[in-house]
Design a protein around this ligand. Structure first.
Ligand SMILES: [Zn+2]
Length: 463
């Protein structure tokens, strides 16, 4: 490690109790956007934390919905970093599955346990503490910093677009650091260069008659079958979507993006563990699996319901059936256009007997080119902070409203974080490792001090 990195890491360890205190404060109040629990005070608590490290902070409610907390350090520096995080958390249920109460943080075996420890208050706290560290060591922050901390991420960020549109001028930046992820099971930091988009739909099949005795099934239409045939027409066994026009806007990934997949071979064991024995649809090599998972659109059935599904037998010909589906999108696919494409297909296949209804219009995908300077900066600083070569994913398989940054604001955006495979996000006993948290402080500090020189001359002086 370089001299400056050594010095920062020493100081982080000396300050570790204080930095864990910042995290502890953020984890000690609920902020559950799904139920509203604690949301009345959460924004102000986050504002106070941002102010405690010298940021000018404001709580905005002019976009509707829960507050966005804005933090800013603007000193006419020659570079600006926008930082996205969220302070809302998932509901802590089921409570009886927690070893310690979800909003009373506890450290056990080198890990901090609490709802939000990883997703996403731990990431936020580490980034805030990095500013505290740099002020202490250098007496200044050599970069304009903007924090956008929203309170509705866990419910799909329904009002973030309005906020971003209203505050477009204020949001300008050279690059954005997104929340999410952390380290792989082998301890390598993971970096995402994008996310998929999403569209969530329902399919309804309904007959103008009540349920009938199932003997009528020989000659009377069954909406469950109608829907089953339609669903089969939406997706081949391979995963390909044989719907006319579905792939019209999909561009094949470029060579830079594909070459990233070559470096992700260690993801194979994790993917196989998630899928379970014999759980993968094909025996494709890992590079092709990753290509499908990260870089291609997908239609998935989330739920299917019709007729009698209780105990024992009931011979019935149901009068209705419905299914819920999500469509994961890749760059250039627009949710509105995909909905129209699917609507035409459903009409053609069922002659109007099945209707398609958007539950959530979702948002498009986001992707930042591996050639953007911020990618190399975040990658090299991650390697220095975590002592391990990062895994760079061209996209997450999941979704988030990152397009607002990359497409609307035209700012390159990279996601990095401090979680790991034991973090249990969205589940009981959510946690982060203390070590990763402190290394997250170092990572953020290294990004900030290297940012301007790296952007100006391609040289990172503190690595
Ligand atoms: Zn989450």
């Amino acid at each position: 490690m370089g001299e400056v990195i050594d010095k920062l890491w020493r100081r982080i360890n000396e300050n570790s109790q204080r930095y864990l205190g910042v995290l502890n404060d953020l984890l000690s109040f609920p902020s559950v956007s799904a139920t509203g629990e604690g949301m009345d005070i959460a924004g102000d608590r986050v504002r106070e934390t941002l102010e405690s490290v010298g940021l000018r902070s404001e709580v905005y409610i002019d976009h509707g919905g829960y507050p966005v907390v804005w933090g800013e350090l603007r000193e006419e520096r020659h570079g600006t970093l926008l930082i996205y995080n969220h302070y809302d958390v998932q509901p802590p249920d089921p409570l009886d599955r927690w070893t310690s109460p979800p909003f009373t943080p506890q450290i056990r075996d080198g890990r901090v346990f609490a709802r939000g420890a990883c997703d996403n208050k731990g990431n936020l706290a580490a980034r805030i503490c990095a500013l505290d560290l740099l002020m202490e060591v250098f007496g200044e922050i050599p970069l304009n910093i903007k924090f956008l901390v929203e309170g509705e991420e866990e419910i799909g960020s329904p009002n973030l677009k309005t906020f971003v549109e209203k505050h477009k001028e204020n949001l300008s930046a050279d690059a954005c650091l997104w929340e999410m992820v952390g380290s792989s099971p082998s301890g390598r930091p993971i970096i995402y260069l994008g996310v998929k988009g999403i569209l969530y739909l329902e399919l309804h099949a309904r007959e103008k008659r009540p349920d009938l005795h199932s003997s009528w099934g020989a000659i009377v239409r069954n909406p469950a079958l109608e829907l089953a045939h339609l669903i089969a027409s939406l997706r081949e066994k391979s995963g390909r979507v044989p719907v006319q026009g579905f792939y019209d806007d999909v561009e094949e990934p470029d060579d830079d993006t594909l070459s990233l997949l070559e470096e992700l071979r260690e993801a194979e064991s994790e993917i196989r563990a998630v899928a379970g024995e014999d759980g993968l649809m094909t025996d494709k090599p890992i590079k092709d699996l990753l290509n499908d998972l990260l870089l291609h659109p997908c239609i998935n059935i989330c739920g299917f319901h019709s007729g009698y599904t209780g105990q024992g037998s009931k011979t019935v010909l149901p009068s209705s059936a419905f299914a819920k589906i999500d469509v994961r999108l890749v760059p250039r696919m627009r949710p509105e256009k995909v909905l129209e494409t699917l609507r035409r297909h459903v009409e053609k296949e069922t002659g109007g007997r099945v209707t398609i209804k958007p539950v959530d219009m979702g948002y498009p995908a986001a992707r930042t080119s591996p050639r953007e300077p911020v990618v190399e900066l975040v990658t090299r600083t991650a390697e220095a902070a975590f002592n391990s070569k990062p895994l760079i994913y061209p996209s997450a398989a999941g979704s988030g409203p990152m397009y607002l940054i990359t497409d609307y604001l035209k700012i390159p955006c990279v996601a990095a974080g401090i979680g790991d495979h034991l973090s249990n996000i969205h589940a009981p006993d959510e946690s982060i490792s203390v070590e990763n948290y402190l290394r997250g402080v170092l990572h953020m500090a290294l990004i900030i001090i290297n940012f301007v020189p790296f952007y100006r001359s391609g040289v990172a002086p503190y690595l």
